[in-house]
Ligand binder design. Structure first.
Ligand code: PMP
Length: 292
């Protein structure tokens, strides 16, 4: 296994904190062959009251749903405790948090029954970002996994779809791929949901094949966005476009193929609002910030 980044000293692995370079997983690990795992992307922020994890319970509930489909037992309370203890062990305040549950070593059959199950948490102080204010989107030639074939949850195997689209977008000089469906409706990006601003109307793009993002939900609840489907043509004509996600936060889009956008005032305002929210500087439901 590759050495962990020096900033990651300790990881949670199957019920205890261990040195990050310690865990070894077998080469017959089911998840390695078939993507039979589920992960989350969570962030902790330094607040006036110390480190706090944003919407931890919601992330772990989404993880539990994905795990249940794969027959993996994930207890959100136990997982929350693991997240907090890993952050503390590493002394991380502003951090990206990656829990992963997966089907372990066993036979090569597809049936997951009887395989070991594992759970880990790693935290890293390095936030994963898109291309900042200059993010360019390319319309992907790949379709998003249809929800009726693979539900929009954070199932590991499903992310091969994102990897293909990301590779193609980057090969064309774009930073990120935009998935569009067969009828020309916008779905989402490889790891972020899409918003459009026209005049003073903010639209959170809705699509059955898109991950129900927690950042998207946060913004809908706080900035009065309307949720509805949107065609690619309408997105192209919008005044401002931004994408959002736990890692991406609120990322303004500079271009969609040949269409260029300025970083508009509404996107700026929403990005600033989100930055204050996650640091506990705006009023919000108490459950959204879990003290680490
Ligand atoms: N779509 C996809 C495909 C993602 O992987 C993510 C990141 N989790 C998002 C949207 C944004 O979701 P969230 O705001 O919950 O991070």
């Amino acid at each position: 296994m590759e050495a962990a980044s020096p900033a990651i000293a300790r990881v949670w692995f199957d019920g205890e904190l261990v040195d990050a370079d310690g865990p070894r997983v077998g080469v017959t690990t089911h998840a390695l062959h078939y993507g039979s795992g589920v992960f989350e992307g969570i962030r902790a922020y330094a607040t006036r009251d110390g480190a706090a994890v944003f919407r931890l319970a919601d992330h772990l509930e989404r993880m539990r749903k994905g795990a249940t489909l794969l027959g993996i037992a994930v207890d959100p309370d136990v997982a929350a405790e693991a997240v907090v203890r890993t952050l503390r062990a590493n002394g991380h305040r502003d951090a990206y948090v990656r829990p992963l549950a997966w089907v372990g070593a066993g036979s090569f059959g597809l049936d997951v029954a009887g395989h070991a199950q594992h759970f880990m948490v790693a935290t890293t102080p390095t936030p994963v970002h898109l291309g900042g204010a200059r993010t360019r989107l390319g319309v992907s030639r790949w379709r998003r996994n249809p929800a009726r074939a693979l539900p929009p949850l954070k199932l590991c195997g499903g992310y091969v779809n994102s990897i293909l689209a990301k590779r193609e977008a980057k090969a064309r000089g774009c930073d990120e791929a935009l998935f569009v469906d067969d009828d020309g409706f916008v779905v989402e990006c490889t790891g972020a949901n899409v918003f459009a601003v026209s005049g003073d109307r903010i639209v959170a793009v809705e699509h059955a094949d898109a991950l129900p993002g927690i950042t998207r939900d946060t913004l809908v609840a706080t900035c009065g966005a309307e949720c509805r489907p949107m065609s690619l043509a309408e997105l192209r004509d919008a005044d401002e476009v931004f994408v959002c996600g736990t890692a991406a936060e609120v990322t303004p889009i500079a271009a969609l193929e040949e269409r260029e956008y300025g970083v508009g005032p509404v996107t700026r305002e929403i990005a600033a609002l989100y930055a204050r929210l996650v640091r506990g500087l705006e009023s919000m439901p108490a459950a959204w910030l879990a003290t680490a």
